[in-house]
Design a binder for this molecule. Sequence first.
Ligand code: 6PG
Length: 476
Amino acid sequence: MPEQQLTGTYDIGWIGLGVMGRNFALNLADHRFAVACHDRDPRQADRLQKEKSGRHAIAAAGDLPAFCRLLRRPRAVLLLVPAGKPVEMVIQALEPLLETGDLIIDSGNSHFSDTDRRIARLAQKGLHFMGMGMSGGARGARQGPSLMPGGPEEGYERVRPVLQAAAAQTGAGACVAWMGHGSAGHYVKMVHNGIEYSLMQLIAETYDLMKRGLGLRPDELQRVYERWNRGGLNSYLIEITAAVLGQKDERSGGPLIDRILDAAKQKGTGQWTVADALQLQVPVPSIAAAVMMRHLSADKAQREETARMLEGPRAVFRGDPPILIDSLENALHAGFLITFAQGLALLRQASRIYGYQLNRETVARVWTGGCIIRAAMLEPIRAACVRHPEMPGLLTDPELGRQMQTRQSHLREVVRTAAEMELPAPGLMAALAYWDAARSGWLPANLIMAQRDYFGAHTYERIDAPGTFHTQWDAT
Ligand code: 6PG
């Protein structure tokens, strides 16, 4: 059909036709929205043409002016291009082609500070800009991702029907909601990824304890994770862990997992989470341990050299394997809960400092389906947020606190066993220390304050009198 006849008729614009982008465009079109697409690489549009069927109302425009002409006014343009310079370039190219009231939604993993800057800059030109977290990988994009939009609320209202139709659906509704003001959407997605790093690290530690500690083979491990996935740990990450362990290597015929290099890569969102948690002074030690273990794993040559000089862990287990496996399941459950508690605590503080007006219940609900961290335990977490919307920490909820109390001895046992076997379990260890410290009415920080005052006259407070005090410590 000539472009003339289609001008101004498409419901939504989509820029960025990588695998995830193509899948999300098809998902939108599956729901009977007319989608105009563009990618600066024409081969991506060709791929989309091959993948779409006759019932999809999708048009691919070769350049941005043609793309913008296709869209119904006021326009809504979603982007999924790599964070950083590519996002900036697309926005700058779009700006002169758009009109007052048009909306741009960045669906990639942009840093939240870039999003705030863009919202302010584009608002001066009368354009709405939103940052939207999208989780679920390529499959989620096609079948229903979890969507975390934030920014101008009127912008969200305009695309709400589209996003609700395309998002994952659970018993609690569509996995999309307006997260809050400014960069709230990208902030929530960043914390989602920080949680993702931690859950992955915790699972990896249980894998290590069963692989090196108990000598279980991948097929045996696969069955353990499958069983765990049928219980309280039911989650996407446990499900795919079982599937990964069952995957055969086409080259060798053996388990693929044993052929994969043990050096983790990352794109940086976990690191951003920890960096901002430090900035806001919110402890997220499990997430930090996960990021740092990725760093430690990445330098394999250095580790191998150190292992030759200092001898690697002996990993001798002297207990009853089924008992340890049972403890690992409970410890992992506790580690997951503690990770969610840390992530939600960070969101609470970020909401206060950045004025997002986040609602933790809404966040937990949007995470119950479609995203990488979806897990059955998010439902009791959501329920706890409903019961106590103002609670400072998730684990103070009686139900979640009970779940922790019944599992803490297992977490302790696993940490002890890992230490005895000389196997690194920093995620589990950090989770246990956080649990113990957070419940500790007294901590040895009095000594730290005394030391600070001793060497730097930094003063301290007393428990029995108001004010600040300084002592001449070495005055004798
Ligand atoms: C998601 C994922 C997605 C991406 C991660 C990978 O929610 O769909 O989190 O955003 O796969 O960012 O992150 P790393 O490359 O840093 O592991």
